[in-house]
Design a protein around this ligand. Structure first.
Ligand code: CU
Length: 490
């Protein structure tokens, strides 16, 4: 009798909640996915010179009316910057907005004065030149504004773009790599809209959660791809929401990269969690020619069903995202390489110290910051532009222990370096997080340890940042600053 009841009562409800009920049901996928154009550059004496313009524009996402947006070199989002490891890059940024902005190269190893933090503000109407060598390996990075207290609203209005790096290793691998054809960038964000099609900024539970998905700024999107292995580069560009990606037919796929580079080998999975700021690359086998739907599932598909439907927490997105339509192709199917990358791992005993970051709890220090979000401290402190929180010695290997004492999950992001996760609450890293990372979601009451090394760049005056990548938390002061100093230069 009990089993019978489960079958006739619970299963249809579960089926409805998991597979039918979504926050954005009723999509027809009638719009062709926009692919951000590749930004062209001028070669000046061996340097690749790019031009970026932060500007206002108008976008009509819902086809019911226009809304004012921001973009780089266009109305919404920005072009994809694509470079090779070893390139010398110059990026001229013009700020055509009537407010200050910055451009931060998220995930990239650049000098602190080129990092595009609140210490490199570009005034309204002003310009800024970033120049740095590309030291990171092949990866999917991104760029976005980072002005203190204004990051959330500028990103929400459209300022963000992808920054793709190739290297000899990535070029030698047989991976889908034709940009926009079988190597598809996906900037995934959700928004709130009014009936007249205008974007609405409204905080809910202390951050911006939308009910309408945009992919590369396209609402209701589909993409046509060859019926073979196809790579997708996923960026969670949302202000606050974490997604659990998967397909409606539950087909497995291979994760091949984390934030900062390729995994050592492809990781077969059916779900992939990305919190704000995180990236991943996946390869999906579409040689069966069947259409499929990229979705975001509730965090725990059974236990949290009720919460998934009725609440709006960071991990509970339940959305249809993108219809994928495979078309017959003559190309020979290729297998994924078994080995993708070589990752040299530091041993925990090589770390000179463990630095502890406690997220949440009571505030002991710091003035209320300019942003709109809740005031959540790191180590009891709110962000203060005039205070250096940590001093790291150049070349040191360190373990950072991120302890979440707050009431919700926080994606912790550090500038300057890529790190390797050691463990979560003492449990060794999951394969999905076993590669290079710059952002890691730390759940309530969880402790995450990572190991990293602070190389190349030292500056006694200009700090790097670490912060929560829920942008309203960052703007609300959930951020700190660290200097990297060279003891031999002092
Ligand atoms: Cu946070």
């Amino acid at each position: 009798m009990g089993l019978f009841l489960v079958l006739i009562v619970f299963l249809p409800i579960a089926h409805y909640l998991i597979y039918v009920h979504t926050a954005n049901g009723g999509l027809t996928f009638s719009n062709s996915l926009r692919i951000p154009e590749l930004l062209t550059f001028k070669d000046k004496g061996g340097q690749k010179v790019f031009e970026l313009k932060a500007q206002y524009g108008y976008s009509e996402f819902l086809k019911v009316g226009k809304t004012e947006t921001m973009g780089y070199n266009g109305n919404f989002l920005g072009p994809t910057i694509r470079v090779d490891k070893g390139d010398e890059v110059v990026i001229n940024v013009a700020n055509q907005l009537d407010e200050m902005t910055t451009v931060h190269w998220h995930g990239m190893h650049v000098p602190p004065d080129m990092d595009g933090t609140p210490h490199q503000m570009i005034p309204a109407g002003g310009t800024w030149q970033a120049r740095f060598p590309i030291l990171n390996e092949a990866s999917t990075m991104w760029y976005h504004p980072h002005p203190h207290g204004k990051t959330a609203q500028q990103v929400y209005r459209g300022l963000a773009g992808l920054f793709i790096i190739d290297d000899e290793n990535s070029k030698s691998l047989e991976l889908p790599s034709q940009y926009g054809i079988d190597d598809i960038p996906l900037v995934i964000q959700e928004r709130l809209f009014d009936k007249d099609g205008s974007q609405r900024y409204e905080l809910n539970r202390g951050a911006y959660y939308g009910d309408t998905i945009l992919v590369n700024g396209t609402h209701n999107p589909h993409v046509t791809v060859p019926a073979r292995n196809v790579r997708f580069r996923l960026l969670n560009g949302s202000n606050a929401r974490a997604y659990h990606f998967g397909f409606n037919d539950d087909r497995p796929f291979y994760q091949i990269a984390t934030d900062g580079g390729l995994l050592e080998s492809p990781h077969l999975t059916k779900r992939l969690r990305l919190s704000p700021g995180e990236r991943a690359e996946i390869v999906v086998n579409l040689s069966d020619g069947k259409e499929t739907l990229l979705k975001s599932f509730p965090e725990d598909e059974v236990i949290l069903l009720a919460e998934a439907v009725f609440a709006d927490g960071i991990g509970n997105g339940h959305f249809e995202i993108l219809k994928i339509i495979p078309e017959p192709t003559n190309a020979e199917p290729t297998d994924l390489p078994h080995t993708l990358n070589k990752i040299e791992r530091w041993r925990p005993e090589d770390a000179v110290q463990t630095r502890r970051m406690v997220l949440g709890g009571s505030i002991r220090e710091g003035r209320p910051p300019p942003g709109p979000g809740p005031r959540i401290p790191i180590n009891g402190k709110l962000m203060d532009m005039g205070r250096v929180d940590e001093v790291v010695r150049l070349g040191d290997i360190e373990i950072w222990e991120i302890v979440n004492r707050g009431g919700q999950a926080h994606p912790f992001h550090i500038h300057d370096v890529q790190f390797l996760i050691l463990d979560r609450d003492g449990t060794p890293t999951d394969p999905s997080e076993s590669g290079w990372k710059d952002t890691v979601l730390v759940e309530t009451n969880e402790t995450v340890r990572f190991i990293t090394q602070f190389n190349t760049y030292a500056n006694p005056d200009i700090p790097y940042m670490y912060h929560c990548h829920i942008l309203e938390h960052e703007d609300g002061g959930m951020m700190g600053q660290f200097l990297v100093i060279d003891p031999e230069a002092e």
